[in-house]
Design a protein around this ligand. Sequence first.
Ligand code: AMP
Ligand code: MG
Length: 343
Amino acid sequence: MQTHVKPVTPETLAEGGALIRAGELVGMPTETVYGLGGNALDARAALRIFEAKGRPADNPLIVHVAAVEEVAPLVSAVPEAARRLMRAFWPGPMTLILPKAACIPAEVSAGLDTVGIRLPSSAAARGLIRAAGVPIAAPSGNRSGRPSPTTAAHMLEDMDGRIPLILDGGPCEVGLESSVIDATGEVPVILRPGGVTPEMVERLLGSVRVDEHVMSPLAEGDVVRSPGMKYKHYAPKAKTVIFDGAAERVIAAICARYDEAEAAGERPAILGFDEHDFGGRTRISLGSVKRPQDAAARLFGALRELDERGETVALCEAVEATGIGLAVMNRMARAAGFDIVQT
Ligand code: AMP
Ligand code: MG
């Protein structure tokens, strides 16, 4: 199969919508990352998504809608806290876990009795959902285990020959996947941090929990509330280490480790901030240290760049794990297999 990459226009949205209605898959730009979209009400389309990604069958898909009114037929209840979250943060980078209705195939929810629903802010994503006339199930458009795609070119790297069409909507604004919030109970639980932060939820509702596995590895026998937590994610081929602490100590520790690696015949690279001086050593930019949203938007592209350049060791500056920084650290820690050096 040949994969076409086409810019988002009314014509290509109509073409994408028709493909999805016919049971095919389409690369969908959103404000978070590019998604691999298929008809959420069609079990066979869901199976195609798992196959194209190489995704474990027990990791459920997020269902995307174009308007709040489209949620009711997909779920069996909407608790009050969920309603308030929708009003405050939709359209936007937030997925709510709700009890599912019978029309959601078990293949989409991976056999769970809940389903993740999101109303994206991206006009291209909503245009595609409207053109399809059905809700769109879309996990991130990477092959399983790779960083999520934040450009159409990244998605083509992973999906070339596997799907007929990728709609190119330019680089993603947020650059990390949506916040996943379990809204089935009274107190919302953040299962995966993203652009809607724990601070924002707490300010709105007065309470929030962050699942303990957001910043700690799973131990044998731990119960997971979100299947995605179990899997190795975002790992570049380079051995990846994070350095946390005061900036001067972090910079010194990274430079020392870099020189050791180079002396040992490795190809090291630094994922670091523009304001910091690494004395001419190879650096892939995470943007400004003053704007953690830069690191969010750049991290996945930086992880892909490491592999493209054949780097064998990656030394990353940590960001403060508050606000969007928690989402950055959650992805970075997984990429590094939780290898974090306190300087
Ligand atoms: P992705 O589609 O790649 O953004 O991944 C979707 C994430 O949402 C995964 O980590 C899933 O485990 C999580 N997720 C989706 N549906 C549910 C659900 N019903 N309950 C808990 N987590 C979910
Ligand atoms: Mg994913």
